[in-house]
Design a protein around this ligand. Structure first.
Ligand SMILES: Cc1cc2nc3c(=O)[nH]c(=O)nc-3n(C[C@H](O)[C@H](O)[C@H](O)COP(=O)(O)OP(=O)(O)OC[C@H]3O[C@@H](n4cnc5c(N)ncnc54)[C@H](O)[C@@H]3O)c2cc1C
Length: 467
């Protein structure tokens, strides 16, 4: 977000602000210790599986990476339950944990075929590998999330999205898909063939079956101009609507305890490529953590120091093909809660979240991400029926994240938010039924396709309200 040199100056200058005096005896004397890792095996020889952030783990008795739909179907019929499929394990919730069968589609990857500008892509394909494969044909995905480590199947599974007023989440560009069910059936569906299944399966948390491949709309592989700039938070709030209306992609990060926001826009251009330079995300986060550790005892001092140190940071610009620019690296691990809100309440909810964190949680230093997503009609899509604006709160992986549930989720719920399926929340059946008009239809299709609940782990049973 800011350059390495600037952030290093900021981190160092934090020390200068307290003048090297005894002021550094604040609440925060340094990082919390590394969280305890679970044992690498369960004592019966089963190796541990963990998610990216490290808060979910399990010991599957069987792991499998089928090479084709035939092998996948046989596995689904015979593998020990619960049968869960995982892509990159980047979800924060307990969606993939299983002590039964853990399936990876890593061996089913790449572009299977082209139909005009639509590409049929194996669901095990990582988004980061899909970019260059599409670019070979001059094509691209319309949008990308913050990172590109996810598998296509995993991204569809939780309604993964980027930002842009007119741009849909990834599943919004799916024109057809193939689902392999718990009974071993291989079902093709699209808007005409099995339309109800198509509506249910596009976002289905691996609960209806395993998607083996999907046909995606692609766009021309255009160059984008990326601009990143800091400004006062109040100014970012005041200008956000206008920026969403004018930029192809626009998002901003509210940076708590700084009074600042970081804006990021992307717009199409024919200008020559301009190097983006190394990712400075972790350096910026280190600077914010340094400010917390030194000045976390005083919000006023922390804000003054942050404004003095970061406020004048010049904008950064880069130009390149979209698939190279829209996603970044996220080397610093965190846990996250993200809700998708109606446009009318998004910024009010954001303000309340920032105020709440600044009042109650001086340990938080991660920026809060604010995005816009176009609507679609998948039944469990958080963007079903209307466009939504997302607000995402992060906690450093060593820090407490329970406050998400106690302090932040109530704000999102009050403002009509729908949770990101892959990110932390504890909403369940009845609350979700009130948010999703086709919730019960989805559950009905789930029962029909998997009457024995072979795909349900304890997390999904609680989510769906199934015994
Ligand atoms: C650093 C980081 C950055 C992130 N940035 C964003 C972002 O910008 N936008 C956003 O929306 N999300 C973001 N996420 C969340 C992430 O995109 C989702 O959690 C996504 O589901 C992860 O993909 P995965 O391949 O790791 O899937 P997993 O987490 O392994 O699985 C997710 C779900 O999909 C199911 N699934 C996997 N493959 C299939 C398949 N073939 N068929 C059916 N179901 C399947 C799984 O069973 C599970 O229910 C981020 C997460 C991290 C850790």
């Amino acid at each position: 977000m800011i350059s390495r040199r600037q952030a290093l100056i900021a981190g160092g200058a934090g020390v200068a602000v307290v003048g090297g005096s005894a002021v550094a005896v604040g609440v925060f004397k340094g990082d919390k210790p590394e969280p305890l890792a679970p044992p690498s095996t369960d004592g019966k020889g089963h190796t541990v599986w963990r998610n990216w952030s490290g808060i979910q783990h399990s010991y599957p008795v069987q792991r499998a990476a089928p090479k084709d739909e035939g092998e996948l179907a046989a596995l689904l019929k015979a593998g020990p339950a619960p049968i869960r499929v995982t892509g990159a394990g980047h979800s924060f919730t307990g969606l993939c944990a299983t002590d039964g069968t853990l399936v990876s589609l890593d061996a089913m990857n790449g572009i299977e075929s082209w139909d005009g500008d639509q590409a049929t892509v194996w669901a095990g394909t990582r988004l980061g590998a899909l970019g260059p494969a599409l670019a070979e044909k001059g094509r691209a995905m319309a949008n990308l999330p913050d990172i590109n480590k996810q598998s296509l199947g995993g991204a569809l599974g939780t309604a993964t999205h980027g930002t842009g007023r007119t741009l849909k989440a990834i599943h919004g560009d799916v024109q057809a898909l193939t689902l392999v069910t718990a009974g071993g059936a291989v079902l093709d569906c699209d808007a005409k063939t099995r339309p109800e299944l198509f509506s249910a399966a596009r976002v289905s948390l691996g609960a209806l079956g395993i998607i083996s491949k999907a046909r995606l709309t692609t766009t021309a592989n255009r160059r984008l101009r990326r601009k990143v700039w800091l400004e006062p938070f109040e100014e970012a709030l005041a200008k956000a609507e206008e920026r969403w209306a004018t930029h192809r992609n626009f998002e901003f990060y509210a940076v708590p305890f700084t009074g600042l926001a970081a804006n990021i826009s992307h717009d199409e251009t024919d200008d020559p490529a301009l190097d983006r330079g190394p990712d400075s995300d972790s350096v910026f986060l280190d600077a914010l953590k340094g400010l917390r550790n030194l000045l976390g005892f005083s919000t006023g001092l922390r804000k003054a120091a942050a404004k003095a140190l970061l406020g004048g940071t010049p904008a950064e610009t880069a130009v390149d093909e979209g698939w190279k620019l829209l996603s970044t690296e996220r080397p610093v691990r965190f846990n996250e809660m993200e809700f998708h809100l109606p446009h009318e309440t998004q910024l009010a909810a954001l303000k309340e979240v920032v105020e709440t964190i600044e009042k109650h949680r001086p340990d938080v230093f991660f920026p809060i991400e604010v995005r816009r997503i176009a609507p679609d009609d998948a039944w469990l899509s958080p963007f079903q029926g209307e466009p939504r604006g997302s607000v995402a709160v992060h906690a450093y992986y060593r820090d407490d994240y329970k406050f998400f549930f106690e302090l932040i989720q109530p704000i999102f719920v009050k403002h009509g938010g729908r949770p990101h399926w892959g990110k932390l929340h504890d909403l369940k059946g009845p609350q979700l039924a009130a948010l999703y008009p086709r919730w019960n239809d989805f559950l009905e299709i789930r029962r029909e396709l998997d009457p024995e609940g072979r795909l349900l782990n304890p997390y999904l049973k609680t989510l769906f309200g199934v015994d």
